[in-house]
Write a protein that binds this ligand. Structure first.
Ligand SMILES: Nc1ncnc2c1ncn2[C@@H]1O[C@H](COP(=O)(O)OP(=O)(O)OP(=O)(O)O)[C@@H](O)[C@H]1O
Ligand SMILES: [Mg+2]
Length: 362
């Protein structure tokens, strides 16, 4: 096992903007680190550089304290599962799973035992004799994951390893991965678009946008104290609401609406007479109340999505400019479309952002 440290890593493919720019962070030994960010932000490029499949334009990569920039991929003792899981087509599932171990001259009995354990954990036991082309996409993806797990490398690099699985299998495999990580504790860098995977698997989340790090922290830190609007709206589903407002003497004003500013934010804002801010409030921190009162807003219901355990509501606060809010209401709640309802945001949970820079004001 080993820690992974990236120091000012940059990758430029052409003369334009870098695909990955000045990335520095460390994944301590045994930690599970999740990389998230919109498509094209550089996640796969970072993993490929750590694996040795792509050369950095600048910066250093350290594995177990050793600079591996000049080391070939095969000498790095990392196992990577690609977004497009490349299996050996002429080998059976069992042979694919055993391949990395064979290459490292592990004893046959031990190989057999490890292949059996991994196959069972990933529900592949009944497929061991098949070739990749006789498998579904999700089964192939699990073989690719199993091949990496069976090898027990120093570092796992997993690029959306569960993306082709159906919801149930995805949940099961995620839990299996977490259990395996708790048992074996191999240092892992994991790329995903899935919120649940990011929040439940990560010891540390790295949020990227346009090749740059936006924030690094535990899932709780990222969720509760986002560094900027990009992070705030990227993690959380439905996303955090952002409302454009003018602050004046203890009150946030929207067009035709207002709510009091809580005292913890007043001290931040009272430095100036009047200020434009974006207010962030998570959907789950807004309550529906029976009548308008101080601290409530009146909104118009636009979409209602009953999910059983909770109801998602999309509601319009102002139409010019268009400002809508997502609400998550526990249980069943079925207002009519177009109905006016009163809502009360939990003022202690407000976050404010500078609309110019997008940075959180604290
Ligand atoms: N070989 C290449 N040549 C030129 N540009 C590339 C190459 N590989 C990646 N890029 C560009 O670098 C950027 C980062 O790509 P990367 O594959 O790392 O994104 P990603 O975060 O993994 O996205 P996704 O979530 O869609 O997989 C993109 O703009 C991509 O077009
Ligand atoms: Mg990718």
């Amino acid at each position: 096992m080993a820690n992974v440290r990236l120091h000012q890593l940059t990758r430029r493919f052409s003369a334009g903007a870098a695909a990955v720019e000045n990335i520095s962070f460390e994944v301590p030994d045994g930690q599970f680190c999740v990389l998230v960010g919109p498509s094209g932000c550089g996640k796969s490029t970072i993993l490929r550089m750590i694996a040795g499949l792509e050369s950095p334009t600048a910066g250093e990569i350290y594995i177990a304290g050793q600079n591996v920039n000049d080391q070939s991929a095969r000498d790095r003792d990392v196992a990577m599962v690609f977004q497009n899981y490349a299996l050996y087509p002429h080998m059976t599932v069992a042979e694919n799973l055993a391949f990395g171990l064979k290459m490292r001259h592990v004893e046959p009995a031990k190989i057999q035992q490890r292949v059996a354990t991994v196959a069972e954990a990933l529900e592949l036991s009944h497929l061991l004799g098949r070739k990749p082309k006789q498998l579904s996409g999700g089964q192939q993806q699990r073989v690719a994951l199993g091949r990496a797990i069976a090898r027990q490398p120093q570092v796992f690099l997993l690029d959306e390893p569960l993306s082709n699985l159906d919801a149930q299998l995805r949940d099961d495999t995620r839990i299996e991965l977490k259990r395996l990580h708790q048992q074996v504790g191999i240092t892992t860098l994991y790329v995903t678009h899935d919120q649940t995977e990011a929040m439940t698997l990560a010891d540390q989340i790295v949020v990227l946008s346009q090749g740059r790090i936006q924030q690094i922290g535990t899932p709780q830190q990222i969720y509760q104290t986002p560094a900027n609007q990009m992070v705030a709206t990227f993690l959380g589903n439905p996303a955090m609401n952002l409302l454009h407002s003018t602050y004046k003497a203890g009150i946030f004003y929207f067009k035709g609406h207002s709510i009091p500013c809580p005292s913890h934010l007043q001290t931040l804002l009272n430095k100036t007479q009047s200020q434009i801010v974006n207010i962030g409030i998570r959907p789950e921190f807004i309550q529906v109340v029976s009548a308008p009162a101080e601290g409530t807003l009146t909104v118009t219901v636009e979409v209602v999505e009953p999910l059983g355990r909770e109801t998602l509501i999309r509601a319009v606060l102002t139409s010019e400019p268009s400002q809508t809010l997502n609400l998550v209401i526990k249980g069943s709640f079925t207002p009519a479309i177009g109905e006016r309802i009163s809502i009360r945001p939990d003022l202690s949970k407000l976050t404010i952002f500078d609309p110019q820079t997008g940075d959180c004001l604290r």
